[in-house]
Design a protein around this ligand. Sequence first.
Ligand SMILES: [Zn+2]
Ligand SMILES: [Zn+2]
Length: 358
Amino acid sequence: MAPGSISKVASPEPYHSPTMPPKVACAAPSAVDTTTLSPKAQKLIKEFENMPWFERKFGFKSPIVWFNVYVAVVGHILAFGGALIYGPQATWSTWIAYLVFYLFSGLGVTAGAHRYYCHRSYKARLPFQITLMLFNCISVQNDLLEWCRDHRVHHKYTETDADPHNANRGFFFAHMGWLMMKKNPQVLIKGNNVDISDLRRDPVVMFQRRHYLKLCFVFSVFLPILIPCVCWGESFAVAFFVLFLFRYVMTLHSTWFVNSAAHLWGEKRYDGSINPSDNRFVSFAAIGEGWHNYHHTFPYDYATSEWGPRINMTTMILDFMALLGLVYDRKQVSQDAITRVRKRLGDLSKTTGLVATS
Ligand SMILES: [Zn+2]
Ligand SMILES: [Zn+2]
């Protein structure tokens, strides 16, 4: 395949076919045959069975991880409080650096973890693979192997107990609540059936996994504080609260909106039978990942949209990288396949306000 080329995919792969949405029997943890499970899954089931009475009484379906709740609450108070106090003191250079770190961190998730490492929707030269891996360390959203495994499980078992952020459990759970609770055992049980052998063979992914905490510290904490202090004399407090903490929390929310808002609100042009929806606000905040009805219907499309670079900064940058020869073999669904699937499953009256190409 020549550098910069786009390969048209004629029909959806069976694994992802919208005509065969995989469903998981939502068995209660106690109903699962535990003898064949990993020790980790068995421990998790025990924790569900021994859930504290007050958590049960208040209607929680999973045991709460109180440490994570504490970190989330304190982290948000410090991030927003710090931004209110120190944001007005920050120089323009710091706010420009904020946008640059927001973009790089976002690309580490969207172009990196999501479209390249998880979905393999395009090919990339080694220098770009390494760049994406390092950008991914700015985002601190679990290492690539774990992120991609969770995301492949999410696609295969969307909106079931095996989906780590099942949107049927409400906005807050899908947004950030899932990180404050024990995973449903089905996530581990079904997660074991998801193939991640390509990631285990990938030297860049495994290098990141081996050195994850050190890399995150350098790229997400140390550099965002060091650069403004040394290069334009910003104060430590401004650099810490604005460029590290506030920027980190904001990038987390932009990713989380894909799991929450884009699974609850928006248009369903391609498959009306699934929750994921095309949501412009999310696409803007998450630099192109809000076209979620399209993405769940055609997960292997490098653009995650039929609209190319429109409200899709990630696609814009990938197209530019293709011009430089760093990205090639971008997979894209043929217009024919899109029209066929839309006629069968989608809402033909919706145009998302953009000019339809079909
Ligand atoms: Zn999704
Ligand atoms: Zn995806």
